[in-house]
Design a protein around this ligand. Structure first.
Ligand code: PBG
Length: 326
């Protein structure tokens, strides 16, 4: 059967018909809202490369959590900017570190209503800006694992519901699982940044988190653009080490990887719609070159259609009222 008996346009004629046939339902509850908390400020500081986004002082965090909840968003992902950085990331696992205080504040205010996820990495806390310990100019793997374990445990002690290791060290999920279990946090899940690619789209984040490496690049630990099967190995290993969810990051240039993840693993697949992907939309919209809401909806729909169950996105908090409007 073919044209003219078959006419695919028959099912596209009205908005109601198109709606009826929509296969991708976007829910704010499947979106994760990233927040930058800065220990050294008392008022929000706008992030220039991320229009509409600010670094927040701890005093504003409860309010931010409330806004997210009002918008139907159930979870936040926290990044901390400490007042003091050093060579060993001490403030990443300090009992009264910026993230630990923030987690505590959110849990005090919202308890089980809000899923609080801590990003477990060292780059924001290191004077050199790398995600692990540096020895003789190299980011060393195994010594970093112990520190990452300490960071995860300190976040769990502060009340984190989920920890999300993003340093791309080999064995980090296993080390964190063991550290959490040893400390009695066997119920705290790990959302692993498994397939995290070295990407130009992290640029605005690094401005926001003041985490640009002072020398070299992250290419010796983050994945290379051209790798595909390796992403599956990363996910497989993380799952074997105890990851409860796996992540692909960034999202838009890696939709094939999201699709592969969904096809290969029966665990929640998370996609990170990263800072540069946010900034591109904002910049084009500000210039009147694209329609912002339609573009955001199309992007989030595409990421979900590719296979993501959850999307970490800087758009999370503003989309509820029009997310599923045609
Ligand atoms: C830290 C980290 C980065 C992002 C999340 N966690 C940056 C990096 O690897 O440089 C990027 C997020 C974004 O761009 O939105 N390891």
């Amino acid at each position: 059967m073919s044209f003219p008996t078959v006419r695919l346009r028959r099912l596209r004629r009205t908005a109601a018909m198109r709606d009826m046939l929509n296969q991708i339902d976007l829910q704010p509850s499947n979106l994760i809202y990233p927040i930058f908390v800065d220990e050294g400020i008392t008022k929000p500081v706008a992030i220039e490369s991320m229009p509409g986004y600010s670094r927040l002082p701890i005093s504003q965090i409860a309010n931010e959590g409330k806004q997210a909840l009002t918008q139907g968003v159930k979870s936040v992902l926290l990044f901390g900017i400490p007042a003091k950085k050093d060579e060993v990331g001490t403030s990443a696992f300090a009992k009264n570190g910026v993230i630990q205080k923030t987690i505590d504040e959110l849990k005090k205010n919202y308890g089980e209503d809000l899923v609080v996820i801590g990003d477990v990495c060292l780059c924001e806390y290191m004077s050199h800006g790398h995600c692990g310990l540096v020895k003789d100019g190299e980011v060393v793997n195994d010594q970093t694992l112990e520190v990452l374990g300490k960071v995860a445990v300190s976040q769990a002690e502060a009340g984190a519901d989920v920890v999300a290791p993003s340093a791309m060290m080999d064995g980090q999920v296993g080390a964190i699982r063991e550290a959490l279990d040893d400390a009695g946090f066997e119920q705290v899940p790990i959302m692993a940044y498994s397939a995290k690619y070295a990407s130009a789209f992290y640029g605005p984040f690094r401005e926001a988190a003041e985490s640009t490496p002072k020398f070299g690049t992250r290419k010796s630990y983050q994945m290379s653009q051209g790798s595909q099967e390796e992403a599956l190995r990363e996910m497989e290993l993380d799952l074997a080490e105890g990851a409860d969810m796996v992540m692909v990051k960034p999202a838009l240039a890696y939709l094939d990887i999201i699709g592969l993840a969904k096809a290969n693993f029966n665990v929640p697949i998370v996609a990170y719609n990263v800072s540069g992907e946010y900034s591109m939309v904002k910049a084009a919209a500000q210039n009147g070159w694209i329609d912002e809401k339609t573009a955001i909806r199309e992007i989030l729909t595409g990421i979900k259609r590719a296979g993501a169950d959850l999307i970490i996105t800087y758009f999370a908090k503003d989309v509820k009222s029009w997310l599923n409007q045609p």
